[in-house]
Design a binder for this molecule. Structure first.
Ligand SMILES: Cc1cc2nc3c(=O)[nH]c(=O)nc-3n(C[C@H](O)[C@H](O)[C@H](O)COP(=O)(O)OP(=O)(O)OC[C@H]3O[C@@H](n4cnc5c(N)ncnc54)[C@H](O)[C@@H]3O)c2cc1C
Length: 462
């Protein structure tokens, strides 16, 4: 291992290569429950040329490379299961170019989502993709992240115009032109988005950005049961209302939020909504939404336009996970997400609730329900194999439910290690096509081995 470190120090500067215990530990895990594995060495590139040098060396020596962004993924994505190099992209953190007239920005992969929005605010622009963590843009592209605003603005795949990628051979490519549309060639930008570091290293991103709307209104709508709540969400989409955020928070989460933050929201299934646009349109959208959801059994509807009140309302949604975990001191967090066609959402959420009560798993549901996606957060006792096995069994039942309804095993968190075992069932013969693409681009399987479409062979629990 010393040889690996010494070789890399000869290629880059000494301070760009580390095998200190704390740095290795930091790069051995993400935010998931999967068992950490130490890399042999951590490398901090500062330019595309640095990445080319490291990847070319790794290809020659047959060393595995795992790109590492903010490390916030939830399925063991960055765990270096074969050891090798953890390639920390966070020193490549410059916003390189803002093109307001083209609604485009060029960034390095280590720029964090919140930093980008702070910078874009000066131009009256914002980047809409909004996962619940302050992730890096490179990591967000590599996982096809999405979040609360997807129902209006789409996921990363809809907002990445082009990428610069260092392939596993060390060759650098630009995946597409900057034209807003194209019928030329295969769409490999979309192939690299969501590839979880298995096809190469993203070294630059051209992202689509949007004008900051004149008016933003947030609203909270309460329902007597989850079924009505989810049906209301579907009805809003069906009515063609351009809602920007539409989040389901179930009664257990609301109770936890009340206890955690001293609020007194009704402990019933609640939709948190947000509308953007010019004043006149937003007012009309809110009125129509109110009528549509009244027909679906909404028992209380409140909306706020004041910025402070809006932030406070969303704080309840954003703190839901921390509030939920606060109830279980010493327990670990396991999160799963599935996504189904919107019409099947009520059935899927009800089944999740039934499964929670049948299995006794400590869980609560929250979802970006406008796009068919919901999450179940579980509090697990990491020291207790039975508890972990029970949570796993619940997860499996939930995934099978989503698949049987025509959905997917993950709407946004990605596959990593945790959801590899469902890839065959979900994709059938298409999985072999994906594996062939992986092998064509990375014949040695050195890029983030053991993830996404690679066979699931290991147990990943402690
Ligand atoms: C509290 C919390 C809430 C979350 N909420 C959401 C949510 O609402 N929606 C959502 O989508 N996700 C959510 N996540 C998951 C996570 O934040 C996202 O998956 C995020 O996109 C990961 O970005 P990252 O920078 O942390 O990447 P990392 O975790 O560092 O890496 C993720 C993957 O991307 C690869 N990668 C990283 N950088 C590069 C690069 N430059 N080139 C090639 N591959 C690269 C890695 O190898 C790895 O496979 C949440 C996580 C937490 C902890």
């Amino acid at each position: 291992m010393n040889r690996l470190k010494e070789d890399l120090r000869a290629i880059l500067r000494a301070d760009q290569v580390s095998d200190s215990e704390s740095i290795l530990e930091q790069h051995s895990h993400d935010e998931s429950y999967h068992t950490p594995v130490l890399p042999d060495v951590v490398v901090f590139p500062e330019s595309t040329e640095d990445v080319v040098a490291v990847i070319s060396y790794a290809a020659r020596q047959g060393v595995a490379v795992v790109p590492f962004g903010a490390g916030s993924s939830l399925e063991g994505h960055v765990i270096p299961v074969s050891g090798g190099i953890s390639l920390d992209m966070m020193r490549m953190n410059q916003v390189l170019e803002v093109r307001p007239d083209d609604f485009l920005v060029r960034v390095q992969p280590g720029v964090l989502k919140d930093e980008l929005n702070e910078r874009l605010g000066r131009y009256g622009l914002f980047f809409p993709v909004d996962p619940g963590s302050n992730a890096s843009l490179g990591g967000m592209a590599a996982t096809n992240a999405s979040g609360t605003t997807t129902v209006r603005y789409g996921a990363m795949r809809d907002n990445v115009r082009a990428l610069e990628v260092v392939l596993p051979t060390g060759k650098v490519i630009q995946t597409s032109s900057l034209a807003p549309k194209s019928s030329s060639g295969y769409n490999i930008t979309s192939l690299f988005v969501g590839s979880e570091g298995t096809l190469g290293v993203i070294t630059e991103l051209w992202l689509r950005v949007w004008g900051i709307p004149e008016q933003t209104v947030a609203a909270r709508a309460v329902f007597s049961d989850v079924e009505h709540c989810v049906r209301a969400a579907t009805a809003i989409v069906g009515a063609g209302i351009p809602v920007v955020r539409m989040e389901l928070v179930d009664g257990s989460y609301i109770a936890a939020v009340n206890q955690y933050s001293g609020s007194d929201f009704p402990t019933l299934p609640t939709l948190f909504l947000e509308f953007h646009g010019n004043r006149r349109h937003v007012e009309a959208d809110v009125e129509v939404a109110k009528e549509v959801i009244a027909d679906e059994g909404c028992t209380s509807f409140e909306f706020v336009t004041d910025e402070k009140a809006r932030q406070d309302m969303w704080a309840a949604r954003h703190h839901a996970l921390y509030a939920f975990m606060h109830q279980y001191p010493g327990f670990g967090h396991m999160s799963t997400d599935v996504c189904v066609p919107v019409s099947k959402l009520p059935e899927a959420v009800l089944r999740a609730k039934e499964l929670l009560s049948q299995t006794g798993v400590r869980g609560a549901i929250v979802g970006h329900v406008g796009d068919g996606n919901f999450h179940v957060s579980m509090a697990v006792d990491r020291e207790n194999p039975d508890d972990l096995a029970q949570a796993d069994a619940f997860n499996e039942q939930l995934v099978y439910t989503a698949l049987s309804l025509g959905g997917t095993c993950t709407g946004e968190h990605g596959v990593g290690l945790g959801k590899r075992k469902y890839q065959q069932k979900e994709h059938g013969d298409a999985l072999a096509v994906m594996q062939a693409i992986r092998t064509a681009i990375d014949p040695q399987h050195l890029m983030n081995p053991g993830k996404l479409v690679d066979p699931a062979t290991t147990t990943t629990h402690t």
